[in-house]
Design a protein. Structure first.
Length: 299
């Protein structure tokens, strides 16, 4: 959208040369993070990740930490430990087998990092270990509570409410290229286009599954939202480039078939179909704007 000659608004917060370079850099960092999510079990290192986006390993480490708050190696190990927790809960593999299954080459390093992140060694999370890992959760994982949630988790009186007839009608996802968005949602996902409102070169596009006329996604240009400041526009643009701004969960009974079709179409795959530790099986892709789309298996 920023390169669309039909756009009549101009904002140095997102269109100046330094701002454009910053967004390009963040987009590359997002590709690195997505590669870690996708290939965590492979023998990745910072040098290999840096070569993949044509920058030095030192520059990648500094910029990645600045963007995401931790080094690429720390992010990689967190992903590996998350997957290890799920495998240990299943109980089919030993701790040593899990270590190598998630891409770690040193059992000692794996055990140390596992204990640092989870709070207990991996043998405790394995079946037969004290607690069986059921009380352990990484920060941000299902089951992890903030201090506020812990303080307010006591018994509560049941609320008395009158049921209301409310359905989910529309949800909004940002886009920055109407043509690319149409190609992805209409041609790749197979959604029907229900509306396309153009104003000053910008588009508000409504799409949805053909067999669900009452539920839609509105793809909107976020920089045109009224009342936002230049700093907020800059923040939105950077979060979109980082892949942290918006996401949506979809569902299908044919997860593997849908994944195969999306992969064949060239969609940007973030995660292949995976059994998650919180009881779901899903995969993840990104749309052209960097929005994360998780597709869950209906069982």
């Amino acid at each position: 959208m920023l390169d669309d000659p039909g756009v009549t608004w101009h904002d140095s917060a997102v269109t100046s040369r330094p701002a454009r370079q910053r967004l390009r850099d963040l987009t590359r960092l997002c590709r690195v993070r997505d590669r870690i999510d996708r290939e965590y079990a492979q023998p990745l290192d910072v040098e290999a990740l840096a070569r993949g986006v044509n920058i030095s390993s030192g520059h990648l480490s500094r910029q990645f930490r600045r963007a995401y708050g931790e080094s690429p190696y720390a992010y990689l190990m967190t992903r590996r430990i998350e997957r290890a927790m799920a495998l240990l809960r299943h109980g089919d593999l030993s701790v040593t087998e899990v270590c190598f299954e998630v891409g770690c080459s040193s059992l000692g390093t794996f055990s140390t990092r596992f204990s640092e992140l989870v709070g207990v060694p991996p043998r405790v999370s394995a079946p037969g270990g004290a607690g069986n890992g059921r009380d352990a959760a990484l920060p941000g994982e299902a089951g992890h509570q903030t201090d506020q949630e812990s303080r307010s988790a006591g018994p509560r009186a049941a609320a008395r409410m009158t049921a209301m007839n409310i359905t989910i009608f529309e949800t909004f996802l940002p886009h920055d290229d109407p043509d690319a968005s149409l190609t992805f949602y209409r041609d790749t996902l197979g959604f029907e286009v229900r509306n396309d409102v153009e104003y000053a070169g910008m588009h508000w596009i409504t799409v949805g599954p053909a067999d669900q006329p009452g539920t839609s996604i509105v793809l909107y240009p976020p920089f045109a939202s009224p009342g936002i400041t230049d700093d907020e526009r800059r923040t939105i643009a950077e979060m979109m480039a980082k892949g942290n701004y918006a996401m949506i969960n979809l569902a299908t009974p044919d997860l593997d078939g849908v994944f195969a079709r999306l992969e064949a179409s060239g969609a940007e795959v973030v995660q292949e179909p995976t059994e998650q530790p919180y009881g779901r099986r899903d995969f993840a892709v990104r749309d052209p704007a960097g929005d994360l789309i998780r597709i869950n298996e209906v069982r």
